[in-house]
Design a protein around this ligand. Structure first.
Ligand SMILES: [Fe+2]
Ligand SMILES: [Fe+2]
Length: 230
């Protein structure tokens, strides 16, 4: 049961927002995702770190969910800033049941066991791009910090692996509150997405307070899920 992560699939199989227009690495990206996932087995787990589908509603995202469901392995999803289709866990779960999706689970205020030893934790996170310094900014950040804590707490004594959409550190931005929580819970790893294109070259990767940070956006990984554990 190997563990993988990849973010930002930005699928648009039911809408007209295909990432093909960006050319470069995005050319043929749906096929690249399919072939990137072909190395996974059905008992593997892959965490999808947000920006999953361009659909504006569950219905508009249906084809994207069916595509993801058909890929091998269990997929655990967190919300990205472009996942406008996102809804309550119950509503998403009911929709998945309705359309026959059975391999996608939602990470939101909860956690998932990985083997005896580890727990998969996470939330969307927050980033300076959005409404920096406003009251709304503080409110959203606070909510995300609480969600991360709830997820980590639900994991009990297991060693924590953190998955976010937004980077907690990028160039001269550091989200010290988020990083403190990650460190306080001694997370071994923090995978995040959101950063694309040239941003990937300057993204923060490496150790910080004992946690290994890793950018897993799909174009950065050339659409091949990053293997965390065998
Ligand atoms: Fe993205
Ligand atoms: Fe994003």
């Amino acid at each position: 049961m190997a563990l993988y992560a990849i973010g930002d699939l930005h699928l648009s199989l039911g809408t007209n927002k295909s990432m093909e227009v960006f050319k470069g690495r995005w050319t043929g990206y749906v096929e690249k995702i399919k072939s990137g996932f072909s190395k996974l087995r059905d008992d593997d787990i892959c965490v999808l770190c947000g920006d999953i589908s361009w659909g504006m509603s569950l219905d508009e995202s249906k084809n994207d969910f069916l595509f993801i469901d058909a890929l091998p392995g269990k997929k655990i999803i967190i919300k990205g800033n472009h996942d406008y289709w996102w809804n309550t866990r119950t509503k998403i779960g009911n929709f998945f049941d309705e359309i026959g999706v059975s391999s996608i689970e939602i990470l939101n205020n909860n956690s998932f066991d990985y083997n005896e030893e580890f727990a998969i934790c996470g939330t969307r996170g927050w980033f300076y791009e959005e409404e920096k310094g406003t009251l709304q900014d503080a409110k959203v950040l606070n909510r995300e910090l609480m969600r991360l804590k709830a997820s980590l707490d639900s994991a009990g004594d297991k060693e924590k692996l953190v998955f976010l959409h937004y980077p907690p550190k990028f160039l001269n931005y550091t989200c010290s509150e988020m990083i403190s929580i990650i460190s306080d819970y001694n997370a071994r790893l923090c995978c995040y997405g959101h950063i694309h294109d040239k941003g990937c070259q300057v993204a923060f990767e490496g150790k910080l307070n004992g946690t290994e940070y890793k950018l897993v956006s799909a174009d950065h990984l050339n659409f091949v899920p990053h293997k965390i554990f065998d």
